[in-house]
Design a protein around this ligand. Structure first.
Ligand code: GLY
Ligand code: MN
Ligand code: MN
Length: 431
């Protein structure tokens, strides 16, 4: 899609927000809402700042990540004004006043101060954002009912948002290709991260979340947070979970790769891959995501049986006895948008047996979800079973052989369409 078309979609997105905000403000009895961009806090007892990404509702309008001390005012007639923080500052680069097509709909001006703009506000004003930024502003701070309505507005994505998420996928896919190649060439976790950043042309701090890059047993640590600078003596497996942003919108992609010769682990990857593809294909309007999560457990059970990792039990029994949960302890996925775990995912609480599930909706067109089944060898989860009454069903020698490969996760980003779904990842990263 040419960028001019994207600009038109962006204007349609903003117009949709203008109408929706006008309705919500009307319903909730406000004349206007003032949205803070937020600002990075300083590190405790230090003069260095954390990295800023931006408050979700501010990004929903502007996509401007990294912008601090800026304010957006939306009134119930749909007028929108943005004050960008443009201080005189010779230590740092300061924001330029944008001139893109969307500024035809949002009036933008600069302001030197960090506080809320000094204008005459309408009487019934809501102010939303990080309490540390908004506490000096007169108005109703973070009213829960308004926040819930604005979160709800983010559930179904506009065509503009879908295109941005797709472009974030295209960008991350380049990184995944480079990461895989670096792994097969013997790079360390640190080296793989450099290859990823080089290929995506994105600094890690600007990506939606800290890239998870685990070799061998580190692939079994769900949110592994370090990078070994040395390559392991024998590299057996790679798990990389890494995304990108495009105009504020996130991708969230995971791939698993076995080293040549790791045939059993490769067979398991193939099994998770085909399960993941079936689950992606099952995404459609009306599908209950909690049901899809349970279906994933049955799929994992089938893989455990086929691989001879769990013996003698039916697939249903494996799920019932929570054996599959030890191998697949996280949820099937979540909403994706300007936040990697986007808001409003849980109209009902997660089920007791799936406390980590971040999404409990019935799917509707316009939702963008991740589909990310996994199969891991996590000692702290497997040991209690190996020590208990169900140990007879587990193939301990095989678990011991494979636990050095850590685990597998395969994750794509999928749009729910009117008739089914569209995978936003696979066109750029087929495997
Ligand atoms: N990257 C974190 C997740 O997949 O949810
Ligand atoms: Mn995810
Ligand atoms: Mn992920």
């Amino acid at each position: 899609m040419p960028d001019t078309q994207l600009d038109d979609l962006q204007k349609a997105h903003i117009q949709h927000l203008q109408d929706a905000y006008a309705d919500i403000l009307q319903q909730q009895g406000y004349d206007a809402v003032l949205i803070s961009s937020g600002a990075a806090p300083v590190r405790y007892a230090d003069d260095q700042y954390h990295h800023h990404h931006g408050y979700g509702h501010f990004l929903h309008w502007t996509g401007l990540t990294g912008i601090e001390h800026s304010w957006l005012l939306v009134d119930r007639e749909g007028h929108v004004r943005l004050w960008l923080h443009t201080p005189v500052d010779f230590w740092h680069a300061t924001a330029e006043i944008p001139t893109e097509a969307w500024t035809q709909l949002i009036k933008v001006e600069g302001q030197a101060g960090t506080g809320a703009p000094e204008i005459a506000y309408p009487e019934r004003l809501a102010v939303i954002g990080d309490p540390a930024q908004i506490n000096a502003v007169k108005g109703q701070a973070n009213p829960p009912a308004l926040l819930a309505a604005l979160d709800h507005l983010r559930i179904c994505k506009s065509d503009y948002e879908v295109e941005c998420i797709e472009r974030a996928n295209a960008r991350a896919a380049r990184g995944h290709g480079a990461a895989r190649e670096a792994f097969l060439n013997g790079a360390s976790e640190f080296g793989i991260n450099l290859a990823y950043q080089q290929a995506t042309a994105q600094r890690e701090v600007d990506s939606p979340y800290h890239s998870i890059i685990g070799l061998n047993d580190h692939a079994g640590i769900l949110h592994y947070q370090h990078y070994e600078t040395a390559s392991p003596a024998r590299a057996r497996s790679l798990l990389i979970d890494a995304g990108c942003r495009y105009r504020g919108y996130c991708s969230d992609i995971t791939r698993s790769t076995a080293a040549p010769g790791e045939n059993r682990f490769q067979a398991l990857i193939n099994g998770v891959e085909s399960l993941q593809q079936r689950l992606c294909d099952a995404v459609a309007p009306g599908v209950d995501y909690v049901e899809l999560h349970y279906r994933t457990h049955l799929g994992i059970a089938a893989l455990l049986r086929a691989a001879d990792l769990v013996k003698e039990l039916s697939e249903e029994d494996m799920v019932e006895r929570q054996i599959t949960r030890a191998f697949f302890p996280h949820g099937l996925g979540h909403f994706l948008g300007v936040q990697v775990h986007d808001v409003a995912g849980k109209p009902r609480p997660s089920p007791e047996k799936a406390p980590a599930l971040r999404l409990t909706h019935r799917l509707e067109p316009g939702m963008v979800v991740t589909i990310e089944p996994g199969l891991y060898f996590i000692p702290s989860l497997l040991q209690p079973i190996l020590d208990g009454a169900d140990s007879q069903y587990l193939n301990k020698p095989l678990i011991d052989e494979l636990k050095g490969c850590g685990g597998i996760r395969i994750e794509d980003n999928v749009l729910v369409t009117d008739t089914g779904s569209r995978n936003l990842t696979r066109p750029y990263l087929p495997e």
